[in-house]
Design a binder for this molecule. Structure first.
Ligand SMILES: [Zn+2]
Length: 458
């Protein structure tokens, strides 16, 4: 799939954006988050492939590094659950729906939009959502991909057409992408298509730029036999797999056991598995997830937008399950806000501060970075030697966080940062956002506005 790169890399610049002749590039922000704390007077360096090679306090290194004045650097955020096409629904379903049915109205609007979308609108919506993610400091996204019905332009001759449009969108914007392909009712042709795509993707992209995983909607869509086909393929390819696992309130569980108990019985509950915004979790489910060292991805803005309660994150963490975060419906794209709303929701439930952890900012930031990267099989998530230089900087003089000394900075960022305070974003040592602006801002927004007009005009 020849990706159409809008900004071809000049001959004088390597893949990582390092000037010709140089073997490394370095950065010196006012402070840098190295996991659990911010450190001052510390520069970090990346090699030609965009990997972090070293941290240094040597005066010569501090002088050689690019000075990021008035900024703090943090590892890029990982958005574990995105449905990019849902970006087109923003602000279009915010009215009273049927009592007790959180999906009413929204599902009808989605059906209408999907029915009108061609590959072009899907591409435009994905590019818009991915650019907004970069502007929020997100450097890696897990796209839980399923569009129904098949849009115009998608043919049986090219069943991966829409998936390739999503990949092209991520590549143009410059965000790392785990494309989690959601299995339809018939698993065999699906697995064949995904395998064809996997071969193509591995040829065209670096392994940590675009990679594939699998998704499922449980318990509704797949029969046990079909589920086995998908899970076996995921295991054979060592792919991450994510599933919506619990029914919505009011939907009943299949007789006997919960979807998670069923997965555990089949041997498919393991550390490569992520349960996405589970709603009804039994105490046994919590234990099963913890024992399997699986991940749970929560999307508090979407959940609250739909009027759905959150899963018992504090119990899941205590049981050994990782908690990751996602922007799901894109009612808003702000992963730090997802983090703070998770803690706030738990505070409402418990009447206490610091429910998710005694130091909630550290735990929530861990969820938005390290755990997300683990859930997606991404190489980032932390600023450490050997990992890619994926990071964002915040303006320390932004009114939303001004006056926070290093010891109070993370809590200021997690609980109060306004998205506009995100200044620069670097992925694999290449700058993707400069002073709060993406270089393709104009065309991306312009095309999205046109796409919205086509989708919603009567
Ligand atoms: Zn979802």
């Amino acid at each position: 799939m020849p990706p159409r790169d809008p900004s071809p890399v000049s001959a004088a610049v390597t893949r990582a954006g390092v000037p010709h002749g140089a073997t490394e590039q370095g950065w010196l922000p006012d402070c840098v988050y190295t996991g659990e704390k911010f450190e001052t007077g510390l520069a970090f360096f990346a090699d030609l492939t965009g990997r972090i090679t070293r941290f240094s306090r040597e005066p010569a290194d501090l002088a050689a590094a690019r000075r990021l004045d008035g900024q703090a650097a943090l590892p890029g955020l990982v958005n574990t659950h995105s449905r990019s096409f849902h970006r087109v629904l923003r602000g279009r379903t915010e009215r009273r729906g049927a009592p007790g049915d959180p999906l009413a109205g929204w599902a009808a609007a989605l059906g209408r939009a999907a029915g009108r979308a061609t590959g072009e609108e899907i591409f435009d919506a994905a590019r818009m959502a991915f650019m907004e993610m970069l502007l929020a400091g997100i450097t890696c996204v897990g796209e839980f991909h399923f569009v129904s019905p098949a849009p115009e332009g998608a043919t049986t001759a090219e069943p991966n057409f829409v998936r390739r449009e999503i990949i092209r969108a991520a590549h143009e914007v410059g965000i790392r992408l785990a494309l989690l392909n959601v299995a339809p009712e018939r698993a065999e042709p699906f697995v064949r298509d995904v395998e064809n795509l996997r071969v193509l993707v591995e040829k065209e992209f670096l392994a940590d730029e675009v990679w594939l995983g699998l998704g499922a909607d449980l318990p509704a869509v797949l029969s046990v036999d079909q589920l086995k086909v998908v899970a076996m393929y995921a295991r054979a390819q060592r792919m991450r797999w994510h599933a919506h696992v619990a029914p919505l309130p009011g939907e009943s569980l299949p007789a006997g056991r919960t979807p998670l108990a069923q997965l555990a019985e089949l041997g498919f509950l393991d550390k490569r598995f992520t349960a996405v915004h589970p709603i009804q979790l039994t105490d046994d489910d919590v234990k099963l997830l913890g024992t399997a060292r699986a991940t749970v991805c929560l999307c508090p803005i979407t959940a609250q937008n739909f009027g759905i309660d959150t899963a018992p994150a504090e119990k899941l963490l205590a049981a050994g399950t990782g908690i990751a975060l996602g922007t799901d419906s894109h009612a808003q794209i702000d992963l730090l806000k997802e983090a703070r709303l998770l803690e706030y929701q738990l505070r409402v439930q418990h009447g206490q501060r610091g429910v998710i952890a005694a130091e909630p900012a550290t735990a929530l930031f861990h969820a938005a970075t390290v755990t997300g990267a683990r859930s997606l099989g991404a190489t980032g998530g932390a600023l450490e030697v050997g990992r890619p230089a994926d990071f964002f900087t915040v303006n320390l003089f932004d009114p939303s966080i001004a006056g926070a000394e290093p010891g109070a900075l993370l809590a200021n960022i997690v609980f109060a940062l306004e998205r506009r305070a995100v200044r620069d974003v670097w992925i694999g040592g290449r700058q993707r956002v400069v002073a709060g602006r993406h270089p393709l801002h104009g065309p991306i927004v312009g095309r999205f506005v046109e796409a919205q007009r086509r989708i919603w005009s009567t």
